[in-house]
Structures are given as C-alpha cells and as structure tokens.
Design a protein around this ligand. Structure first.
Ligand SMILES: C[S@@+](CC[C@H](N)C(=O)[O-])C[C@H]1O[C@@H](n2cnc3c(N)ncnc32)[C@H](O)[C@@H]1O
Length: 262
C-alpha cells in the first residue's frame, strides 16, 4: 500500500501543528541520538535537527516514496539521516535519548505490545513522545466503515479497515508509568477549517482511506468502483461536515503521550 507524499502534504499546516505541540513537551537537552519513527516526508524530522544541532537525528519509515522526499533534506542538515525500516523491526540503541513518533503508530496495531520492549531498551534519562489520531469514532471514519460495509464492494473491503489500535490518554499514561517512565498524556481536538470542495474526502484520501482505495483499485483497475465508493462517501461526508461561509470545519481528535525514563 503506497503513500503519496504530494497528497499527504496538501494539509501540511494542519498535519504539522500536533507535531510541534508534541515535541514542545520534550525536556531533554543535548540528546546523542534522536529517532523519528514513521517520519514521512521528513520536513518535521528536520526541525528536530534544528532544535538539537549536535544530535544525530534519524528518520525511519517503511515508504520508499516518503523517503525519496526526505533524502534531499540531509544536504542541509549535517546530523540528519533517513533509513527505510518498518517500525515493527526497530529496536532502540543505547544512544537513543529521544524517540518521537507523530501520526504513525496507529498504522502499527501491535504498538502497545511493542512499547514495553522499546522502553526497557532505552537509556536512562531518555524521552519517548508519541501522537496518534483518536478519531476512530468520528463521523469521517464511522461513515467510511458504513459505506465500506454496505455497498457492492463489501466483500472486497471485508477486513480492510482495522479495529481501533489506539488507546485513550489514560491508557498510554498507565503503559508508560508501568514501564518505569514518568508520563504526561492528553488529548486535543483541533477544529480544522479546510478549504475547497469535499475537503474531508481529500484529507482522508491522504491517510485513512488509502487501504480502501488500494483494495478497490486492485479489484477493479478501471477505477469505476473506486469512483462509485468515493461518490457515496463524499455525499455522506457533506452532510456530516457541511461547508460554511469560511470553509468546512473538520474537528480532529489527537492523543498525545510524552514520557521520560526515571
Ligand atoms: C500519517 S504519516 C506521518 C508522517 C510524519 N510523522 C508526520 O507527522 O508528518 C504516517 C507515516 O508512517 C509510515 N508508516 C506507516 N506504517 C509504518 C510501519 N509499519 N513502519 C514504518 N513506517 C510506517 C508511513 O509510510 C507514513 O510515512
């Protein structure tokens, strides 16, 4: 399942704000190594190099398309590098003083099982900062599941949309504290004002709808089934998120946790 960096970048202001809100809570000075898991196109990872110029900053991602965008940034940031790797295959090194992961662990359903092992391997004084969307029950995602289950594409899409792998803030707080980290966790609902026609559809095309689009395009390469799905879904989204005089308000809940090893 491919990522499209250009489509992902369409709402870069809205998508980058939670990253900045997240890393603002990291209290570490002069880390040796900083890892950004699921770094995407890398522009946000580069800001970590600007914050900690003496650190080696490594962005990791499984998408070759995303990393192709990221790679040129290394010319401007001497400590910055990128690696192609699945988060599931990563383990911290003894120098990983800061780990950041923004809007990526929701794609790793096993992340709550992996976290205790990661945390156990991190050095003392290290920090782990994560943000995941908490929008599984929002109309955008509930309608996606409803349209997927109801249309002629139902059998193609069976099992394509995952169960919610994300905890509430209290769940992450306990997970970090259970594993020897002092944690803070919170949630924020961003009232995002999106321009243009069908902007919520355009938003999810860049992220949560991708597995559906990939399955439909594979089953019907003509694109007709994909177009029919999107038309039905867009119609329902327009009712759930009506366009107003200033644009379309798309509330988006995000869950944050930032913790440091005692
Ligand atoms: C929504 S983007 C977030 C990108 C970036 N962190 C940001 O905040 O803009 C999710 C990223 O996670 C990556 N990703 C998803 N599943 C992954 C996995 N299992 N291993 C590594 N990267 C993964 C995708 O390739 C994509 O670049």
């Amino acid at each position: 399942m491919r990522w499209d960096p250009a489509r992902y970048a369409a709402f870069s202001d809205e998508r980058s704000r939670p990253f900045h809100d997240l890393v603002a809570q990291i209290g570490r000075e002069a880390p040796r190594r900083v890892v950004d898991l699921g770094c995407g196109p890398g522009a946000l990872t580069a800001t970590l190099s600007e914050r900690w110029p003496s650190a080696r900053v490594v962005g990791m991602d499984s998408s070759a398309d995303m990393l192709a965008q990221a790679e040129p940034l290394t010319h401007r940031h001497p400590g910055l590098s990128f690696e192609r790797r699945a988060i599931e295959d990563w383990a911290p090194t003894p120098e990983d003083d800061v780990v950041v992961t923004n809007a990526a662990l929701q794609w790793v359903p096993t992340h709550t099982e992996l976290l205790p092992g990661w945390l156990a391997a991190m050095p003392s004084g290290s920090w782990f900062a994560m943000q995941v969307p908490g929008n599984f029950d929002s109309p955008s995602h509930a309608l996606m599941r409803a349209v997927a289950a109801e249309g002629p594409w139902a059998s193609t899409l069976e099992g394509v949309l995952r169960a919610d792998p994300v905890l509430d803030p209290a769940g992450y707080l306990e997970l970090f504290e259970d594993n020897g980290f002092a944690a803070t966790a919170w949630e924020t609902i961003y009232a995002q004002l999106l321009p243009g026609e069908d902007p919520v559809l355009e938003w999810v095309r860049g992220t949560g709808l991708r597995p559906v689009l990939a399955a439909l395009d594979t089953a019907d390469p003509s694109g007709a089934t994909t177009a029919a799905f999107e038309a039905e879904y867009a119609e329902r989204l327009r009712h759930a998120y009506p366009a107003g005089p200033h644009g379309t308000v798309f509330p988006f809940r995000r869950v944050f946790a930032v913790a440091h090893r005692r």
